[in-house]
Design a protein around this ligand. Structure first.
Ligand code: T4K
Length: 402
């Protein structure tokens, strides 16, 4: 354990970790179970196109989420694109800017304009109080993002969507295994989209799924993700290729068998961070509160430069020097990325909370690759860096060890 400023890697000491710690290190589940499923796939010589692993995966997801339809896809971005199209969204759609860039890209990709809405500083998700003023005659929908697996203000968004006749889609990329008022995320709005990317706590290598209770919508999505084929030689719709492969579904089935264990480890890690960072001035650990279920896959800090005595970016560099690869998700906000910053150069003026938060957030490593002991060390390094904020900032400004 490092106790003095000189020992920090950023001051010339050696890194605290010889193996790099990442945000988004995949959880593997049971390797032999997975390999057994892979052998089955190879034996059957059925590798994709609605194979039995995909079918079993979809049925198990529907049961877990309590929804009528769950359609497995190659990734969440394509799942969003297809769902947006199947919902008939056109013109303008209201989305947060404080999200992964895939959310607005899935609109812009099909010439729909994302209209960026500011976030609620408490939830970090789209602020329903600001949605209504962004509605124009061209608006056809709202996409809420359950950021960090914390549900959006679902009821308020549903009320606006219902009254203004808008489609309501949730980007639930972070919220698999989470609930809202006792109901699993997956059954809200017109549809919800999950990501099972490698960096998600529940992964299928690459993958995603759309959950909905709408029979017609589900039927359209199923056609669209398979080129529009409604049987041999019969295309009834414009479509694309959004299919999940068998090997991804095999990983999904294995991950499903270990879902609770992974969440338990994430919860344990989160608790270790909470106790290790308790009463540290200037740092707020984004809370997971109330009776709902969370997956705890994101451990997010807000760093208040004034109170902490160091800017988030300096803390980030100090952690990287220790081989703790914290990330600034979702800096700088989508409105500051192309093509949006060229399209809407003044968007930031309408997004004060997004701009403020983007300067403060830091995601820390968690998951099964990180131990409680690692977290004790990470927290003690964060404390040490903050205690020596001036020295660390000066050293970085002078280019020492960078
Ligand atoms: N909506 C939201 C709100 C999202 O957050 C995302 C994805 C999407 C939609 C779209 O979902 P998908 O189409 O991807 O299903 C990563 C992921 O690629 C992305 O899925 C995720 N959100 C986003 C938050 O994070 P990057 O560019 O930060 O990934 P990268 O390559 O820097 O990886 C992150 C860390 O994970 C690395 O430091 C190393 C570690 N890692 C990564 C991979 C892929 C591993 O240890 N092993 C691995 O196999 O985007």
């Amino acid at each position: 354990l490092k106790t003095s400023c000189d020992e920090l890697a950023v001051m010339g000491g050696s890194p605290a970790f010889s193996d790099t710690l990442h945000v988004g290190r995949p959880n593997i589940g049971d390797r032999s179970e997975f390999l057994e499923r892979v052998n089955g796939i190879l034996d059957r010589r059925w590798l994709t196109n609605n194979g039995i692993c995909v079918q079993e995966f979809e049925r198990r997801l529907e049961a877990l989420l309590g929804v009528k339809h769950c359609i497995a896809m190659c990734n969440a971005t394509v799942a969003l694109e297809i769902t947006i199209r199947a919902l008939g969204m056109t013109g303008e759609v209201i989305v947060p800017s404080f999200t992964f860039v895939a959310t607005p890209h899935s609109l812009q990709w099909q010439q729909i304009t994302p209209v960026f809405c500011d976030i609620d500083p408490e939830t970090h998700s789209i602020d329903p109080r600001r949605v209504e003023s962004l509605i124009t005659p061209r608006t056809t929908g709202i996409i809420g993002v359950h950021l960090w697996g914390k549900p959006c203000k679902i009821e308020a968004l549903a009320e606006i969507a219902g009254r203004r006749n808008l489609r309501l889609l949730f980007d639930a990329a972070h919220a698999f295994g989470c609930s809202h008022n006792g109901r699993m995320i997956g059954s809200f709005g017109d549809a919800e989209v999950f990501s099972f990317h490698a960096t998600k706590f529940f992964n299928t290598f690459e993958g995603g799924a759309v959950a909905t209770n709408d029979d017609d919508l589900a039927a359209r999505i199923r056609l669209m993700k398979n080129f529009g084929f409604a049987g041999y030689d019969n295309v009834v719709y414009i479509g694309t290729n959004g299919k999940m492969s068998e090997i991804s579904a095999a990983m999904g089935l294995t991950s499903l068998d270990h879902l609770e264990e992974i969440i338990t480890i994430n919860r344990r890690n989160y608790a270790a961070y909470a106790s290790g960072l308790a009463n540290v001035q200037g740092i707020r650990l984004v809370p997971y509160e109330g009776a709902d279920r969370y997956n705890y896959q994101y451990v997010v800090l807000e760093v208040d430069e004034q109170a902490a005595g160091i800017h988030r970016d300096m803390l980030l560099q100090a952690l990287h020097a220790e081989n703790i690869m914290a990330r600034r998700y979702f800096y700088p906000g989508c409105h500051r990325m192309e093509p949006y910053r060229s399209y809407f150069p003044n968007a930031g003026m309408l997004l004060p909370e997004t701009e403020r938060l983007a300067e403060r957030v830091l995601s820390l490593p968690t998951g099964t690759a990180v131990s409680e002991e690692d977290i004790v060390d990470i927290c003690s390094i964060i404390r040490l860096v903050l205690k020596n904020g001036v020295e660390v900032t000066n050293a970085l400004a002078n280019g020492k060890n960078t």
